[in-house]
Design a protein around this ligand. Structure first.
Ligand code: SF4
Length: 335
């Protein structure tokens, strides 16, 4: 089996090889020239360090993985059939007149006790604190609302909001961007169809995002999250001002390079450092803690509690399915 993805050059990192001949396992050009003017990842990172691993330009694009798996959905084929129909009402026989495709009912619902209907079985991906998600929220929210499907608001939306207000114990009292997001979806939502799910990670929990969303904004569905962004690294966003970096650090986020370090501050002023990365924490889930958190959210007034997990190995997958079943959560998404 050949390489599934060529390393060392990718449009996501805005890098490319000088030569057409490339060593498959390293991604280096077959002739790596001392006169090269770039621009592979090795070349670029010798100047810009780990900054290169971030897809860019930040805030203006969405990156996908282009690993070419040996099996993918393109190998599946939907086979048609010449007669017969499924899903008709009890006792109704299919015929050419009652099986026209616009008659198909795509409606579905999710939830255990407080079920919510959807026109079609679609959720958006989680649109969280990235700049691209913030900028295009209205398009997604209104589109989801008028289509009768659900939208997922990702983590850290309150935590990175420049307009965030907190009380003396650090809990959210006002988060204008979260409020805007909830209102944009609600304004166009067809009654009874679709819902907005708000995700929570460690930092959101510490900031009291659930209390704010459920009690002040009337959000009905809170989503717990096992891992986010770059999973164990938890990297999602960048900021390009020292003040913003210090602000996020003061709100409990891991910010790299350390904006409190005088040497880093001097490097930023000299433009050697242009941006800071904001990372969030790994949750360290445990069974009793999970059940307690689900109950806490229900006690706050959340009508539905859902769980989304990352692409984890078998251990976490088994934990997610078993614990979610035991806690009777309303939806489990395996991402
Ligand atoms: S430094 Fe230049 S020549 Fe060497 S692998 Fe990178 S792009 Fe190719």
């Amino acid at each position: 089996m050949g390489n599934l993805q060529q390393p060392n050059a990718n449009d996501a990192t805005q890098t490319s090889n000088r030569s057409r001949s490339v060593v498959p396992c390293s991604g280096l050009c077959t002739r790596c020239m001392d006169t090269c003017r770039g621009n592979c990842e090795v070349f670029k990172s010798s100047f810009r360090g780990r900054e290169v691993i971030y897809p860019g330009p930040f805030g203006e694009m969405t990156a996908g993985g282009d690993k070419d798996y040996p099996i993918d959905y393109s190998h599946l084929n939907i086979q048609g059939y010449a007669l017969g129909a499924k899903g008709l009402a009890e006792g109704v026989e299919g015929n050419p007149d009652n099986t026209l495709f616009p008659m198909v009912d795509t409606e579905t619902s999710f939830g255990v006790t407080n079920r919510i209907k959807m026109r079609v079985p679609i959720f958006t991906g989680a649109l969280g604190s990235t700049e691209i998600a913030r900028k295009h929220w209205d398009s997604f929210a209104i589109g989801a609302a008028i289509s009768g499907v659900s939208i997922v608001c990702g983590e850290n939306v309150c935590g990175i909001d420049p307009g965030l207000e907190r009380d003396s114990s650090g809990k959210v009292t006002h988060a204008p961007d979260m409020k805007r997001r909830v209102e944009a979806y609600r304004r166009y939502r067809e009654d009874g169809y679709g819902d907005i799910l708000v995700q929570m990670n460690v930092e959101d929990t510490r900031l009291g995002v659930a209390e704010y969303c459920v009690e002040k904004l009337g959000v009905e569905t809170m989503e717990l999250k096992w891992g986010q962004g770059a999973k164990c690294i938890g990297g999602e966003i960048k900021v390009d001002s020292l003040d913003r970096a210090l602000e996020l650090q003061s709100r409990g986020y891991l910010v790299t390079p350390d904006p409190s370090d005088p040497a880093v501050q001097a490097a930023f002023r000299a433009t050697a450092i242009k941006q800071f990365e904001r990372h969030s924490r790994l949750g360290f889930v445990d069974e009793e803690g999970f059940y307690a958190e689900v109950q806490r959210l229900r006690d706050l007034g959340a009508k539905r509690v859902t769980l989304k997990t990352g692409a984890y190995p078998m251990r976490e997958l088994a934990m997610a399915i078993k614990w979610a079943s035991n806690a009777k959560i309303d939806l489990l998404t395996i991402d």
